[in-house]
Write a protein that binds this ligand. Sequence first.
Ligand code: AMP
Ligand code: FE
Ligand code: FE
Ligand code: ZN
Length: 286
Amino acid sequence: MTGMRIDLHAHSSVSDGTETPGQLVRSAQAAGLDVMAITDHDTTSGWAEALEAGRSSGVVVVPGIEVSTTWRTADVHLLALWVDAEHPGLVAMLERIRAGRRRRVPTMLARLAAHGITVTEQDVRRVAASAESLGRPHVADALVAAGVVASRQEAFDRWIGEGRPGHVAKPAPELTDAVEVVRAAGGVTVLAHPWGRGSRAVLDEPALQELSSAGLDGLEVDHVDHDRDDRAALRAIATRCALIVTGGSDYHGLGKAGVALGMNVTSQQSYVALGERAAQRHAAPA
Ligand code: AMP
Ligand code: FE
Ligand code: FE
Ligand code: ZN
C-alpha cells in the first residue's frame, strides 16, 4: 500500500476535544485518513467507542493517550500508543493525574474569583459534559459561556495560560517514570510537540539523547507548533538520537482553531516501526 495517511495525535470530548470519539473517527474518514490515533489527555475512556467507529468506517484506530508529565520543571506531553489500558501501574498513574486535574479546578476558580470572575465548578462541569479528564480548556469554555472572554484562546491569553492570574500547575509524574510505565504496559512512547510552548528550552539535544537512552521511542517532529527550521533541526536530532520521527495534527475539533485532521502526518515507515516495537513488548513476559 502506498500513500497511507496516518495521523497519530487527536483529541475527543473525553478530554479537551469537541467531538465524541465516534464523531472524531468519522471526521478522520471524511479527511481521508487511513490511520488515526486517539490520544486524549490522561485517559483511555474514549477507546471503545473510537475502535468501534473504526471498525464500521474502515479507519484503523490506534489506541493512545497523551500523558501529562514533568521534565525539569516544564510540562511535557508524552504520547503513549498501543498501551495495555488495564495495566495496574498505568491505571494508577492516569488516575493520579486525573485526580490532580480535578483538584486544580476549584483552585483556579478561586484565583479567578479574586479578580472578580464568578464561575462555579458546576459551570465547568456543564461545559465539560462527557469529559473524563478535566482541563484548562474546560475552564476556558466556562469563561466563554459566562461572557468573560470570546474564545478559548482569549481565555488562555488573558486568564489561564502560563504566567496569567488564573493559572495553576497540575501535578504530573516525571517524564522518565512515565516512559517506564508505558513500556511496562506494552506501549511505545513519542514525545509530543517537543519544541512547542514551554518545553523548547528544556528539551535540547542532550536531553533528547538522555531520554532516548531512557527508553523513549519517538519524536513528534511534524506538529503545528514547529516551523520549518524546527522540523529540520528535530529531524536531524532524531536521526542522531535513534528516535522515530512522527507527525500528528493534535486535532481538538472546534477547540483548536486552524488545525485539521491529517494536517500533519506520520510516514508509513515510522508507523510500522512503532507498531513492531509495541508488538514485541506485548509478546515479552512482563
Ligand atoms: P491542561 O492539561 O489542563 O493544563 O491544559 C492544557 C491544554 O490546554 C493543552 O493540551 C492545549 O489543548 C490547551 N492549551 C494549553 N496552553 C494553551 C494556550 N496558551 N493557548 C491555547 N490552548 C492552550
Ligand atoms: Fe489539549
Ligand atoms: Fe499536548
Ligand atoms: Zn494533544
